[in-house]
Design a protein around this ligand. Structure first.
Ligand code: NDP
Length: 433
């Protein structure tokens, strides 16, 4: 706590894992020392990002890259552009990434980066100049065998393109240094869809285990970005009824369910027009918009928080329980607070923690790295089949680790244990590094 003072998000993420590690420490105390090491990033880079806006005025932002663990492979994890980005947020995300990447079964270490730059209201030219400046510093620390960043909040295809272009110019190399690239120049099929699809696949495995399914089930989804959009798409594929989506201005409630046409409208609105969600009322007469509110008070069967950290607090969790919601599957990173998770557990909800449920994105990023190394592109069906089997494996591994450590079917504890043990054993074998 003293060493990481003023980093509440990071401390919360570490505490969440630490709380679930007691059965591991009780069986073998060597893991306590390894835990002490795993929470310390291998390297943290903080840098100035100067850029010039459309009026010719100089601006400055702060850039971060936290290289958390290289025990299992090159550092791997997204880049986030959002005014709330600071060292604590990036460290918490990098820490979560260690366990998540370990669970994917692929050979990836963990990192995370970003900037407090806010792309809202910025022109394409401004975003490009910012990305170029960000990469001018970052390129020294990354590479296809060193550190392979990807997208995250506000870093999508457009930003990855600008970042890649600048990297290529500086490094004089066209390689797989970034994932989430456009399909026509090195991207993988299914990468845009992977986190949302993967989260729904994870939930489906959980529902199968509980001998139920998605047919006709109402799903409360938050967010309307990359993860939320493809969560809704896969829910529709499985016959579920997604009833909400949100953004930072509020949420829409469509009692009869968001249709494929409705989703297409929202994708155009958010990805092309970069507009606000209340515009959806121009498409649907039956929908309602709740300004500056979160959707957790809406009746439904399952919740898919897919916007940002801390979006479900204790009061929200109590609302979910009161409405008889039976499961929470985290598309976002750490959307549920510690207190909220306690409430899910007391009420016996199914709970798919982010580091397991949303690992599909980084898993397909790992597949993108493999395709780039081969200089090949695998067909869509091949990648989706691999994604689906990785999500099944993540669920199975999490469940069996929980059972092995006498934690019943607590998938949250199991995911932390399974993710940790693989990295910890690699760290032990590689010596005190
Ligand atoms: P996007 O930028 O595509 O979308 C983010 C969505 O969340 C937008 O609807 C945005 O609203 C909303 N949002 C962001 N910050 C806030 C906030 N502080 N308060 C309320 N709403 C907010 O990001 P992604 O969909 O990629 O990421 C969503 C979550 O999923 C994040 O936690 C991310 O770390 C996690 N994740 C993403 C992966 C990926 O592959 N993309 C992989 C694994 C996890 P608005 O449009 O108003 O800004």
């Amino acid at each position: 706590h003293t060493r990481n003072a003023g980093q509440p998000e990071f401390l919360e993420a570490v505490n969440e894992v630490l709380d679930t590690m007691m059965p591991v420490f009780a069986k073998d105390s060597k893991y306590i020392e390894i835990f002490d090491r795993i929470v310390e990033p291998e390297r943290q880079i903080i840098f100035r990002v100067p850029w010039v806006d459309d009026k010719g005025i100089s601006r400055v932002n702060r850039g971060f890259r936290v290289q958390m663990s290289s025990a299992l492979g090159p550092y791997k994890g997204g880049i986030r552009f959002h005014p709330t980005v600071n060292l604590s947020v990036i460290k918490f995300l990098a820490f979560e990434q260690v366990f998540k990447n370990s669970l994917t079964t692929l050979m990836m270490g963990a990192g995370k980066g970003g900037s407090d730059f806010d792309p809202k209201g910025k022109s394409d030219g401004e975003v490009m100049r910012f990305c170029q400046s960000f990469m001018t510093e970052l390129y020294r620390y990354i590479g296809p065998d060193t550190d392979v960043p990807a997208g995250d909040i506000n870093v999508g295809a457009r930003e990855i393109g600008f970042l890649f272009g600048q990297y290529k110019r500086l490094a004089n190399a066209f390689n797989g240094v970034l994932t989430g690239k456009d399909l026509r120049w090195g991207g993988s099929m299914i990468r845009p869809e992977a986190t949302g699809y993967g989260c729904v696949y994870f939930a489906k495995n959980y529902l199968n285990y509980k001998k139920t399914d998605f047919t006709g089930k109402k799903c409360i989804v938050s967010g309307s970005g990359n993860v939320a959009q493809y969560t809704v798409e896969k829910l529709l594929d499985f016959g579920a009824v997604p009833v909400t989506m949100s953004d930072s201005s509020g949420f829409i409630y469509e009692p009869t369910g968001i249709t494929r046409e409705g989703l297409a409208y929202i994708m155009e609105l958010k990805n092309v027009d970069r507009g606000r969600l209340n515009d959806y009322l121009n498409f649907s007469k039956s929908a309602q918009f709740f300004e500056n509110q979160k959707p957790w008070g809406v009746p439904g069967d399952y919740a898919f928080p897919s916007a940002t950290q801390g979006e479900i607090d204790q009061a929200d969790a109590q609302n979910l329980v009161a409405n008889n919601v039976k499961g929470v599957f985290e598309g976002a990173n750490m959307p549920s607070t510690h207190g909220a998770i306690e409430i899910y557990k007391q009420a016996g909800l199914m709970f798919g923690p982010g580091k397991a449920a949303n690992a599909g994105g980084v898993a397909v990023s790992g597949l993108e790295m493999a395709q780039n190394s081969q200089r090949q592109q695998w067909p869509r069906e091949v990648v989706e089949e691999k994604l689906s089997s990785i999500m099944k494996e993540i669920f199975d591994m999490s469940l069996s680790a929980a059972q092995k450590y006498d934690m019943g079917d607590d998938v949250q504890i199991g995911a932390n244990i399974a993710g940790f043990l693989k990295v910890a054993d690699a760290m032990e074998q590689q010596g005190c590094v």
